[in-house]
Write a protein that binds this ligand. Structure first.
Ligand code: KDG
Ligand code: MG
Length: 406
C-alpha cells in the first residue's frame, strides 16, 4: 500500500478544526486531528507545506518509522505546532492500519480492558446557585464525575465560566474575532472563595460525587500548596494545572504539602515534559491529548511509563479537540490498563454532522464502537461550507493590568 494524497481540511462548524486526510492507492483513507486552538492555520501550513509532500509514496503501515522521521528528520523537535501536525499523521496512519485489518483501533492496541469509558463533564456558574443548577444538569445527563468552576466575587470573567455578557473590554463575541477577549483575575480572591464553593457543593450533593477543578496554571507553587490543603476536606478527584506547566519542579513543592490528587499536562507535547513528574510520582493523572502529544503512538508510551508509577490517564477532551481526536482518545481509553477518566463536553449538532462517528456517549460513558479504524468520517462538503474564522483564547490580566497566566 502507498500514500497517494494528504489533504488538510480547516473547517469551522462553530469553532475551528484542522483535519488531515491521508488517502492510499488501495482506496483506504485515514483521518487525523491537528487542531491547535487559536493557532490553527500554523498547523495547517506545517502539514500542507512541509509534511504532506514527504508522505506521498510511503507505506502507510510504517507508523513508527514515519513518526520518527517526522520528529527527528525536521531537526526542530517538539512544540505544539510540530507535535499537533505529527499527531494528525500518526492517527491517520493508525486509522488506515486498523481499517486495512478490518478492526476497530482499540483491538490493535491490545483489545478492551474495560466495558466502557467513564467521563467527567463541566459544570459552572457565576455564583453557587447557578453552579448547583449546572451540576444538576450534568447529573441528569448521566455524567458520573463533574468538574466545577465558578465566578469569583469581584471578577467579571473567569476561566471555565460562560457568561451571557462575555464582551469584556468591548471585545467581540467569545472565541471569534481578530483579537482575544480579556478576562480578569485576583489570586487572593480565588483562594478565599474556592474552599467555600467546595463546601457548599459537598453539603448539597453529598460526599460521593467525584469532583474535579481546574486552576488553569494560575498559582505559584506555595499558593497551589495552600489551595490543595484547603480543599483536602472535600476529597477532590483531582486538582488540575495548579501551577504553570513548564516548571516540573514546582509540583515537588505542591506535592510535599498536600494529599489532594494532582493532574497536569494538557499543554505538554512530549514525554520529556513528564520525566520528573512521573518518575518522582509528583502527580496522579497525565492530561495530554492525542491531538497535542504527537498521536496515539507516543501517548501509549506515556501511559506505559505512567503505569510503572501508579499514575493514571485523564485525557484532555474539551470541544477544541475534534471528534477525530476524541475518537482516537476513546480507543486508547478502552485499551490501556491504567485508564483514569476521560474529559468529555460534547459537540454542537453541526460539528457532529461534519464528523459522523461510531463512538457513542451514553449516560456519561463513552465507547469507541466497532467500526474498522477510529470510526470517524469527514463530511467534506459540509466542512467546506463552514470556513475558518479567526478565533482566540482569552488573555488574563490582574486588576492592575498585569498579564497573568490563562
Ligand atoms: O484550548 C484550551 C482549552 O482546551 C482549555 O482551556 C480547556 O483547560 C481546559 C480543559 O481542562 O478542558
Ligand atoms: Mg484544563
Amino acid at each position: 500500500m502507498k500514500i497517494v494524497d494528504a489533504k488538510v481540511v480547516v473547517t469551522s462548524p462553530g469553532r475551528n478544526f484542522v483535519t488531515l486526510k491521508i488517502t492510499t492507492d488501495e482506496g483506504i483513507s485515514g483521518l487525523g486531528d491537528a487542531t491547535l486552538n487559536g493557532r490553527e492555520l500554523s498547523v495547517a501550513s506545517y502539514l500542507r507545506d512541509h509534511v504532506a509532500p514527504l508522505l506521498i509514496g510511503i507505506d502507510p503501515h510504517r507508523i513508527e518509522d514515519t513518526w520518527q522521521s517526522l520528529y527527528r528528520g525536521a531537526y526542530w523537535r517538539r512544540g505544539p505546532v510540530t507535535m499537533a501536525a505529527i499527531a494528525a499523521v500518526d492517527v491517520a496512519l493508525w486509522d488506515i492500519k486498523a481499517k486495512a485489518a478490518g478492526l476497530p483501533l482499540y483491538q490493535l492496541l491490545g483489545g478492551a480492558s474495560r466495558e466502557r469509558v467513564g467521563t467527567y463533564g463541566h459544570a459552572s456558574g457565576q455564583d453557587i446557585p447557578e453552579l448547583f443548577d449546572s451540576i444538576r444538569a450534568r447529573l441528569a445527563e448521566g455524567y458520573p464525575s463533574i468538574r466545577i468552576q465558578t465566578g469569583i466575587p469581584g471578577l467579571k470573567a473567569v476561566y471555565g465560566v460562560h457568561t451571557a455578557d462575555h464582551a469584556v473590554d468591548g471585545a467581540p463575541i467569545p472565541h471569534q474575532g481578530a483579537r482575544p477577549l480579556v478576562e480578569d483575575w485576583d489570586t487572593s480572591a480565588y483562594l478565599r472563595h474556592m474552599p467555600t464553593v467546595f463546601e457548599a457543593v459537598r453539603n448539597e450533593f453529598g460526599p460521593e460525587l467525584p469532583l474535579l477543578h481546574d486552576a488553569h496554571h494560575r498559582l505559584t507553587p506555595i499558593q497551589a500548596a495552600q489551595l490543595g490543603k484547603d480543599l483536602e476536606p472535600y476529597r477532590l478527584f483531582w486538582l488540575e494545572d495548579c501551577t504553570p506547566a513548564e516548571d516540573q519542579n514546582a509540583l515537588r513543592l505542591v506535592r510535599g504539602h498536600t494529599t489532594t490528587p494532582l493532574a497536569i499536562g494538557e499543554v505538554f507535547n512530549s514525554l520529556y515534559d513528564y520525566q520528573t513528574l512521573v518518575s518522582e510520582k509528583l502527580i496522579d493523572y497525565v492530561r495530554s491529548a492525542v491531538t497535542h502529544f504527537g498521536g496515539v503512538s507516543p501517548l501509549r508510551k506515556l501511559f506505559d511509563f505512567a503505569a510503572q508509577h501508579q499514575i493514571k490517564s485523564g485525557i484532555h477532551g474539551p470541544e477544541d479537540i475534534s471528534p477525530v481526536g476524541m475518537a482516537a482518545a476513546v480507543h486508547l481509553d478502552l485499551a490501556i490498563h491504567n485508564f483514569g477518566i476521560q474529559e468529555y463536553s460534547g459537540y454542537t449538532a453541526l460539528t457532529e454532522e461534519v464528523f459522523p462517528h461510531a463512538y457513542t456517549f451514553t449516560s456519561g460513558y463513552l465507547h469507541p464502537g466497532e467500526a474498522p479504524g477510529i470510526g470517524v468520517e469527514l463530511n467534506e462538503d459540509l466542512a467546506a461550507a463552514h470556513e475558518y474564522k479567526a478565533a482566540y483564547l482569552p488573555v488574563n490580566r490582574l486588576q492592575d493590568g498585569t498579564v497573568h497566566d490563562w
